[in-house]
Design a protein around this ligand. Structure first.
Ligand code: AMP
Length: 212
């Protein structure tokens, strides 16, 4: 199964993509996670991407396409994958078509619908584990113990690009550059629009139903 998740920042893409990946036994490929790892390790890619990411802009297409080309070439992605955060532009979507080739009839594109007003509030309360990447929401999905990860006990942090200014810029990039990607997939009838509001378990069920 090949699945693409599209949604504004803070729409629950990462949380839901991890669950769907575990349920279907396919790798969860998050371009945001790959970039954050590169920044933490101080690689050339990380150095190039860091300023753009911090401001909430989009990293150039050629860099992103190179990353995805390498990642989808790995053995574990042959039986399927879930892409979280890619493609974010029509150029990326067109290139992805070329990379996944003839199997594209099995592609499912899930668009999570969450209104902008809800996003800004959600992101302010988002925390993640710097060690294992688990995502929490202080109101809707809090950790069992204050500010520490349930899985490994690490102290939870807010992402550096979760400031209000960066979030507004990310939302703007989403509407201007990523929404046209949904039209691209709509014309191919691969798009499933799913209501991303409400409890995490309910959204998960809606996504599962949309994938059949
Ligand atoms: P995310 O974790 O998906 O919200 O991604 C965090 C940041 O990484 C984004 O705000 C962008 O700066 C960058 N990024 C991730 N994926 C892409 C992509 N496909 N194209 C361009 N920039 C990306």
């Amino acid at each position: 199964m090949k699945i693409i998740f599209i949604g504004p920042p803070g729409s629950g893409k990462g949380t839901q993509a991890k669950r769907i990946a575990a349920e279907h036994g396919i790798p969860h490929i998050s371009t945001g996670d790959i970039l954050r790892e590169a920044v933490a390790e101080g690689t050339e890619l990380g150095k190039k991407a860091a300023p753009t990411m911090a401001s909430g802009g989009l990293v150039p297409d050629d860099l992103m396409i190179g990353i995805i080309n390498d990642r989808l070439g790995k053995a574990d992605a042959r039986k399927g994958f879930i892409l979280d955060g890619f493609p974010r532009t029509v150029v990326q979507a067109e290139k992805l078509d070329g990379i996944v080739g003839n199997g594209t009839e099995k592609l499912r594109v899930v668009q999570l619908l969450v209104p902008d007003e809800a996003i800004v509030k959600r992101i302010a309360l988002r925390r993640s584990c710097p060690q294992c990447g688990a995502i929490y929401h202080l109101e809707n999905q809090p950790p069992a113990n204050d500010n520490v990860c349930d899985k490994d006990g690490a102290e939870l942090v807010a992402r550096p690009d979760d400031t209000e200014a960066a979030v507004r810029k990310r939302l703007e990039a989403f509407h201007r550059q990523t929404m046209p990607v949904t039209s691209f997939y709509k014309t191919k009838s691969w798009l499933r629009e799913v209501d991303g509001t409400g409890p995490v378990d309910q959204v998960f069920e809606r996504i599962q139903r949309s994938l059949v």
